[in-house]
Write a protein that binds this ligand. Structure first.
Ligand SMILES: [Zn+2]
Length: 451
């Protein structure tokens, strides 16, 4: 879709601009949220999408979570379209106001354009347009918009409870995650429409060593700080084993025909190559290493509060992303074995296991829901190669795996590498044309629901 030369922007763009202007920032500290911004956003959404609010039944969830129900011709295979209305705080030097919603050089600028108001407004505009045409979807459509995704809040789990209470078992769920990723794989000339079929788990642990402390003039050997440092070094030297999970093998198989000649056989036959490819990927850098194994990042560190005092307690926070195939149990076992020191206590702070794997289509096996997503990608983005993949980050949709076997993570927007890097950083922006293509994708997806 191309923007006409009249200078007038399509109405969907104006709606996204209006909603970007509400600073719906989530903070971990309770009560720090600007409640007026969230109230304002919810009111503005109603002003921008009057028909949607008139025809769909709305259930408020948590403080500002929204769950809309659009009855279809059948309730047999309901689908859920998800997004979240909160954003992360603004940091860094922005070229354009982070809450200005300006359109400059064909780009819509602002916090939330990509993550995740673009999806939210895209879904609403698709529904509003279809309602204007008097369209009834073949299946029930639910819209679930969270208000605390960025702080691992509970709005999504409450929406799941609400659906459970009503006996709704979705056929499939689409949430943010993948995208039409340009320049994602070196040497692959085509954009890749990556659809997340699982996400890595998250676990945070605190390593803690206690000791006598005392005066810095008479230090003993292997005090708490040295012992902690040894544990960290041991952990750093012994990563967990790498492997290529099934969706990654399928991703490679699909990319192979578009990869440089020399790489094609390697990618197409990745499944038969055993540990060669995962080993190669771990050597290529942190991004590709994260694709093939559980990762450990030492984040917080603390010891003595004063320069001349020996620490009584030394702690290190470890943020762990658990690979499909590993569990918090296997990770803990690895930690204990690798550190090999029972004076280092390991306290688990939080755990989310990797999400169950959603079905996807392969050469021998077609899945109806994945197929619909895939064909809709090919229709709206004919140059892109659709493929399943393992998501590295977490989304609200992980809560929905409790009531749904098919949870897909995909935002239907073209994104360059620079745009993907702007998420949770500075200069977040979305192309006007890219946004309008996304609106069309949601619309075609709803129109394509089978009877
Ligand atoms: Zn997000």
């Amino acid at each position: 879709m191309t923007v006409g030369g009249t200078g007038e922007l399509p109405r969907a763009v104006g709606k996204l601009q209006a909603l970007i202007r509400y600073p719906t920032v989530s903070y971990r500290e309770p009560g720090r949220q600007d409640a007026a911004a969230f109230d304002g956003f919810v009111d503005e959404l109603e002003r921008q999408f009057p028909l949607l609010h008139e025809r769909l039944e709305l259930t408020r969830v948590h403080t500002h979570g929204l769950l809309f129900h659009w009855p279809g011709a059948s309730a047999g295979r309901p689908v859920v379209l998800m997004a979240h209305l909160d954003v992360v705080p603004v940091e860094g030097e922005w070229q354009h106001d982070a809450f200005g919603g300006q359109v400059v050089d064909g780009q819509i600028w602002g916090r939330g354009t990509l993550d995740d108001k673009g999806c939210l407004v895209g879904i609403c505009e698709a529904v509003e347009t279809l309602l204007e045409r008097g369209f009834t979807p073949a299946q029930d459509v639910w819209l679930s918009f969270g208000c605390d995704e960025e702080v691992f809040g509970t709005a999504a789990t409450q929406a799941v409870e609400e659906l459970k209470g009503r006996g709704v078992r979705p056929w499939f769920v689409v949430d943010e995650g993948g995208a039409i990723a340009h320049d994602a794989f070196t040497g692959v000339g085509k954009p890749v429409g990556v659809v997340g079929v699982t996400e890595k788990g998250i676990m945070s642990v605190l390593l803690r060593v206690e000791g006598r402390g005392g005066h810095a003039s008479t230090p003993a050997k292997m005090g708490p700080t040295a012992r902690l440092a040894r544990a960290i070094t041991r952990l750093d030297r012994a990563p967990m084993p790498s492997s290529l999970p099934a969706p990654t093998l399928e991703l490679f198989r699909r990319l192979a025909p578009h990869a440089p000649l020399a790489l094609r056989p390697l990618m197409a036959n990745a499944a038969r190559l055993g540990p060669v490819l995962p080993k190669l990927l771990t050597a290529l850098g942190p991004e590709s290493a994260a694709m093939v194994r559980t990762t450990f990042a030492i984040t917080t560190l603390s010891g003595s509060p004063a320069l001349n005092v020996i620490a009584q307690t030394a702690t290190a926070g470890v943020n762990i992303r658990i690979m499909l195939g590993d569990t918090s149990e296997t990770v803990l076992a690895h930690l204990r074995r690798t550190i090999g020191d029972d004076q280092v206590e390991i306290d688990v702070v939080e755990v989310y296991e990797p999400s169950p794997l959603s079905p996807y289509s392969t050469v021998d096996d077609k899945d109806d829901a994945f197929d619909l997503i895939e064909t809709t990608i090919s229709e709206v983005f004919p140059d892109a190669v659709p493929a399943p993949y393992v998501m590295m980050a977490a989304t609200d949709s992980r809560s929905f795996t409790e009531i749904c076997d098919r949870v897909y993570r995909f935002a239907p927007f073209r994104m360059t590498k620079a745009q993907r890097e702007a998420i949770h950083s500075y200069d977040e922006h979305l192309g006007v044309d890219a946004f309008l293509d996304g609106v069309r994708w949601y619309q075609r997806l709803i129109e394509g629901l089978p009877t």
